[in-house]
Design a protein around this ligand. Structure first.
Ligand code: 5GP
Length: 120
């Protein structure tokens, strides 16, 4: 899938749409989800143009991948959910219901999150 530079997270990165920022460095931006599913619900995105986890894992540089992984851990710790626990979710493609086609990881915490997926 080609990257759509008009997706909502690309527009947030360009400053065209506001966000409640949680963290930023050279490679990464993190902000609070507009429809939080838990007391802590932060979205972590790379600044590079990657559609999803598959694209990021296959084509991002080692520096981007390292920065992203370290940022996720740091953001969760700074959000105060490292002790109580948290869940990382990254949706890729139609079966996952990925809504925004710019790679992102959800950090969810601050409550009991239940089972990994809803039983069928
Ligand atoms: P996905 O289903 O793609 O994994 O998750 C996309 C997430 O982006 C959803 O949880 C949704 O609430 C969030 N989202 C969509 N549009 C916006 C927006 O304009 N601002 C923020 N902060 N979050 C958004």
């Amino acid at each position: 899938m080609a990257y759509d530079s008009n997706n909502i997270f690309a527009r947030i990165l360009r400053g065209e749409i506001p966000c409640r920022k949680a963290y930023e460095d050279d490679h990464v931006l993190a902000f609070h989800d507009i429809h939080p599913q838990a007391p802590t619900h932060i979205l972590v995105i790379p600044k590079g143009a990657y559609v999803s986890a598959a694209d990021f894992g296959a084509t991002a540089s080692d520096a981007e991948i390292a920065a992203f992984t370290r940022a996720v851990s740091r953001i969760a710790a700074e959000a105060g959910v490292e002790g109580s626990g948290y869940r990382l979710i990254s949706n890729h493609g139609p079966d996952s219901h990925q809504e925004v086609p710019h790679y992102h990881v959800h950090i969810l915490g601050g409550r009991q999150l239940g089972r990994l997926v809803t039983p069928l």
